[in-house]
Design a protein around this ligand. Structure first.
Ligand SMILES: [Zn+2]
Length: 286
């Protein structure tokens, strides 16, 4: 019996080692993806089918921009605009070129903002989607320019603008040029409002820094995905600055809805329907 237990324990220990290592190994496999919260692994096709919501714990994983396009727009209607805009490293920031190359490889885009036109239940819309797989969708010259251009297109074409915001903040490698994008994009949003345009914004996890403090909070309707972190400075920075513990759930979507920063929280599965209904009550714009 003693031998049995010793053998069993040894076997179980080696099993635990394999189990622990499994997600890390499989995470890099293109065919499977591990939930960041519960660490369960599922085939990429299951994630796609469930709009990147964990089948086990309901966690909202970051959603690649291509899948968001498929989730929101009528099939095959997306036409990308300003695809080839890329930064020229204005400050000659050391190592920035290599970082950009890596980000382009994982995001399959030249910056973390993807812009274009498409249709929702047959209604033409312009859309900008931020993808955190490109340097946390930080806002630099290219992001600012693309957001500004697509907003100006919305004015000119009298077309609703849909924004999917996400960002870790300003692109530090572009210094002041990056911060200027806050004023530039806010100006464009102001012109859209003057022209009686329509902007519907979805704040996704995380929407922080210069993006949250500029165009992302200037839409006519502001929705948020469940549990998204939305704020300017992160909770840890605020705690260290004011020397106090923050309340539970601070800066999460529900907190921001309660405090009036967000109009409503919408599940991914509902967003296309929410857009259809909201666009219907705004038949005429511009
Ligand atoms: Zn999970």
């Amino acid at each position: 019996m003693q031998n049995y237990f010793e053998k069993r324990n040894r076997t179980f220990l080696s099993f635990k080692k394999i189990r622990k290592a499994r997600p890390a190994i499989l995470y890099n496999d293109g065919n499977v993806l591990t939930c960041k919260k519960c660490k369960n692994t599922f085939a990429r096709s299951s994630w796609k089918k469930r709009n990147y919501i964990c089948p086990h714990c309901g966690y909202y994983m970051p959603m690649p921009y291509k899948e968001r396009i498929d989730m929101i727009l009528d099939k095959g209607t997306f036409i990308e605009r300003y695809k080839d805009l890329e930064t020229d490293n204005p400050l000659d920031f050391k190592g920035y070129g290599a970082k950009l190359e890596k980000a382009e490889g994982s995001c399959k885009a030249k910056d973390g903002v993807i812009t274009g036109s498409g249709e929702i239940f047959g209604r033409k819309v312009l859309i900008a989607i931020m993808d955190t797989s490109f340097m946390m969708a930080s806002m630099g010259i290219v992001a600012g320019e693309k957001i500004t251009r697509i907003t100006e297109d919305a004015i000119e074409e009298k077309c609703p603008l849909i924004l999917y915001a996400a960002s870790g903040g300003a692109r530090m490698q572009e210094g002041m040029f990056s911060l200027m994008q806050m004023a530039k994009t806010s100006g464009a949003m102001g012109r859209l409002r003057e022209a009686n345009g329509l902007c519907i914004t979805f704040l996704t996890h995380p929407t922080t820094g210069g993006v949250s403090a500029s165009f992302a909070s200037l839409g006519d309707y502001i929705f948020a995905e469940p549990s998204a972190l939305i704020g300017f400075a992160g909770p840890r920075v605020i705690e260290q600055t004011i020397g106090e513990k923050l309340p539970k759930g601070f800066q999460r979507a529900a907190f921001q809805e309660e405090h009036g920063f967000v109009d409503d929280i919408t599940e991914r599965d509902d967003q296309r329907e929410v857009l259809r209904k909201l666009l219907n009550v705004h038949k005429e714009i511009g």
